[in-house]
Design a binder for this molecule. Structure first.
Ligand code: GCO
Length: 449
């Protein structure tokens, strides 16, 4: 027996994002987003999949909320499609889009589920991209206008707000690596965007305070962990840069009001110039109420000259991998959480995403996804280790409630604890759904069972 037990006041939940589940892409006045454009660009998304229909949550949200209710979660994390609210990114409000989120949030509340709302989970209005998107500082103003509108419109109903989901993905993955919309490959551009995103975050928090909205606000960076292969200084330094790209780069400005010098130096050695305006760092470093953390994977890495952006290479340590190919590394979850706490103190943390891709199919109304259960057990055990070591964890929201549009992988990669048949849109609870439900009910699980 190895009982892993959580505090009674821990919040449990599940997460999704608008473009990945909603569908209804052209309904009720929704404007186009960069993901509509990207998914229609040949070669960008596997099998040419797109989010036109996705899980059809736009029409089936009552069924989805029933699933949540039966699951017993306290909290549901979803995102709002900016182009449903402002089809052109700013200016005129699209009332039918606003009405949809009222119906949705009201139904959550009627079922005793707390909404946790992400304002930006990647579906930037295409109209803003046409003006340069996040590279153009006017998008910062548009984001503040959109977030102010949302705060005022939903105050009293939504108490938990997340400004940005995974700014690393929005900047570097989307504009340097080029895997996500809009698909650029330019380090200077990506670095500028990373900064603009953080300014947008800070100004949105500032607006939240000025408007005196009742509730709490934070953001949700994704993190990883790289464990040095040896104790050689060059291995340690290489891993520090890799981790710093996710942690210090996106957290120092918020918690310390400055960029990490070791990273600035490194970027400058790659020819990148920091474009910071007066007042930006003050805006970014607004106090937040909680930090959202998304964690999936980590690895062992070591120094390798001229390898990648940071002179480092991952080692294939033969760890088991999930079906998307990511090494299973729960140790890294514990390490990165304790590292963040060492750097920034005991800031309240919600795990806003953690979960696994396994593509088990439904057979006779059942999905046997024992591997997902094991993944969740190992990561929850690592989480508990971190809590016992002083990390201030307030809640855990698994990714994802249901299989959905997995960005560049289309519908080929499944992260849900509920299976979705994308031809019939039938939902089937997986074994992991029942395991999670039982764990939430008990507040503990047996790691060896
Ligand atoms: C994310 C993403 C999710 C992904 C998940 C699995 O925030 O990266 O928010 O949208 O589906 O991470 O890759």
């Amino acid at each position: 027996m190895a009982i892993i037990e959580f505090p009674k006041d821990m919040k449990w939940g599940a997460a999704t994002a608008s473009y990945q589940v909603e569908g209804g892409a052209f309904e009720d006045g929704r404007g186009a987003s960069i993901w509509d454009t990207f998914s229609r660009t040949p070669g960008k998304v596997l099998n040419g999949d797109n989010g036109d229909v996705a899980c059809d949550t736009y029409h089936r949200y009552e069924e989805d909320i029933k699933l949540m209710k039966e699951l017993g979660i306290d909290s549901y994390r979803f995102s709002v499609a900016w182009p449903r609210i402002f089809p052109n990114g700013r200016g005129e409000v699209n009332q039918p889009g606003v009405d949809f989120y009222h119906r949705f949030v009201d139904t959550l509340l009627e079922n005793g589920i707390e909404p946790m709302c992400t304002l930006y989970h990647w579906d930037l209005p295409q109209a803003l991209q046409d003006e340069g998107g996040w590279a153009n500082r006017s998008t910062i103003d548009a984001f503040v206008e959109y977030s102010e509108f949302m705060f005022k419109e939903f105050q009293g109903k939504i108490k938990n707000w997340i400004t940005l989901n995974e700014p690393w993905c929005v900047s570097f993955l989307s504009n340097f690596i080029g895997e996500h919309a809009p698909g650029n490959k330019d380090l200077q551009l990506a670095t500028d965007i990373s900064h603009h995103l953080m300014v947008a975050h800070g100004r949105s928090v500032k607006a939240f305070r000025t408007l005196k909205i009742d509730g709490q606000i934070g953001y949700a960076p994704n993190v990883t962990w790289k464990e040095p292969f040896s104790n050689k200084q060059e291995d340690i330094d290489a891993c520090k840069r890799e981790v710093g790209w996710f942690v210090e780069w996106f957290m120092d400005p918020v918690f310390k009001g400055s960029y990490p010098q070791f990273m600035v130096d490194w970027f400058e050695s790659k020819g990148v110039k920091m474009n910071i305006q007066d007042g930006d760092l003050q805006d970014i470093s607004q106090p937040i109420d909680f930090l959202g953390i998304n964690y999936y994977t980590g690895n062992v890495a070591r120094y390798k000259e001229n390898s990648g952006l940071f002179d480092s290479e991952d080692l294939d340590m033969n760890y088991e991998r999930t079906d998307i190919g990511w090494p299973i590394y729960p140790e890294g979850f514990y390490k990165v959480l304790t590292y963040i706490t060492e750097l920034y103190g005991q800031v309240p943390i919600y795990i806003t995403e953690n979960g696994a891709c396994y593509n088990d199919e439904a057979e006779n109304g059942r999905v046997k996804d024992q591997r997902r259960i094991t993944y969740l057990q190992l990561h929850l055990a690592a989480l508990k280790r971190s809590m016992d070591s002083g990390v201030n964890i307030k809640g855990y929201l698994t990714w994802s409630l249901m299989d959905n549009f997995e960005w560049a992988f289309g519908y080929s990669m499944r992260f849900g604890i509920v299976h979705v048949d994308f031809r019939t849109l039938v939902r089937t609870k997986k074994d992991s759904y029942y395991w999670y439900k039982q764990t939430l009910e008990n507040g503990w699980f047996d790691l060896t069972y």
